[in-house]
Write a protein that binds this ligand. Sequence first.
Ligand code: ZN
Length: 417
Amino acid sequence: MKNTNPLVFQLKSCRMCEGKNLERVVSLSPTPPANAFIAKKDLKTKEKFFPLQVNFCLDCGQLQLTHVVSPWLLFRNYVYVSSTSSVFIAHFEEYANDLIKRFKLNKNSHVIDIGSNDGILLKPLKKNGIKVLGVDPAVKIAKEATKNGIKTLPRYLNLKLAKEIIKRFGYADVVTANNVFAHINDLDEIVKSVKTLIKETGVFVIEFPYLVDFIEKNLFDTIYHEHLSYLSLRPLIALFKRHEMEIFDAKKVNTHGGSLRVYVKKNPAKFKVQKAVFEFIALEKKLKLDDIKTYNKFASKIEKNKRKLIKILTDLRKKNKTIAGYGAPAKGNTLLNYYKIGPNILDYIVDDSEYKQGLYTPGTHIPVVPFSKIAETRPDYIFILAWNFATPLINKLSDYKKGGGHFIIPVPEATIV
Ligand SMILES: [Zn+2]
């Protein structure tokens, strides 16, 4: 069949191993891009919905979306700014210190961050005198970052750009890519480009939401069009091996419900492969991440969770309870669309990002408003869509809770606290 929609195509082979034995394991509802928040004047305009389904590769065990939506559509007008969250700022300060210590970075070192966003990792590196460069296709954010002192090229990394960067800025000691590896369709191109970009002794460090947490904590809502791959160590080892690079260390970090930071080297003689790598491989085997049955089980669990949560919400509405949403993260939109939760259930969603305030959620059209609305309207329940911030939120709103307010958390299982 001819592909009639140039904005999306179906992936016929695995992006990690190029195998063709892909099998469907999860089917969510067709959904608009998770960051395509809508202005009031556009509410009547028809939105673009794309399939949201997940395939398992029977050859290498990689979990991946069946369809790839055009990155131009997803990222060019990206509105997500990392530094709006103090949790993330602290995380990337730790990350910067980790790099400085491990690789003895100093004022002669050069770090390039791919998908650098507003420079959240590069800022603390620059503060330590290290030479930095950002690359991010989100034009507006790149421009703003450059204005704020973190030079950011508004481009996609490819071999051509890598060569251009070497000419203009020199080779890199460290290239990082955080929460972008899962976003990229052509991983071969990116690995080739990074391999070109780093010095012979250079390293590539990536961080991504870890498949182990995805499965264990039931984080199905992190399935959205931007997340093309659900990453674990074993398929990645094979990917880098194809490019004659090697993963030599890995570290668990807390962001996005549980992430893995992975260190990759170019020179086989440099950096001994650490015990942690073997430990993560053993863990992935123990959890049967290479077995399709694991994902079939996962799919039935999220169906069950869906029924439970919808019952909680509709019962509350029947009792005329008011419910507000907390957080309008991308993942929230997978959940809202899959559960068909609209303004009939959530009166509004609060979010600290000024980019999102005043807009409506894609597909479900719930208004996004500033946090102060909670104090103004005192809803009976707060449904925490940004579940990774549940603990700080509940602490922050201790008075609300004392005054009889409740919180609903959707994962790993729908619960009221
Ligand atoms: Zn594969």
